[in-house]
Design a protein. Sequence first.
Length: 132
Amino acid sequence: CKREVMALAVSYDDFLAWRDFADLFGDRAQSLVEDYLTDAESDCPIAFWTTNQARGIKLLTAHRLTIAQSVEDSVGFLGGQISSMSVSQGSQSLSFGNVGDSTLGGEQLARTVYGQEYLELRKRLPVCGFVV
């Protein structure tokens, strides 16, 4: 049984050719970058993003690669804001806000320049809806 491989909306080569991404992300494994491109494509559907889809995919992929690298480079990386801390009889408890990469909230995206640019682009997308 053969698995059909779909072409990405933004290829690995197109991603690296944009801006200075070859210098920034060229050392990452192609399969890793393609995985991030695939994930970003599902978050930027063509029906909604239209002519901005490729740019949204590139920005979101760059954001996620940057976050992943900061985790690799940081010893003791917390991954989020401390939302509460309590101390009682020598033990500590920390609670962290939900800043997982699967969420596309502003707090998570604001952590990189690429995420911030993605947010600005997403704000400019047309809002479509209907009333039943």
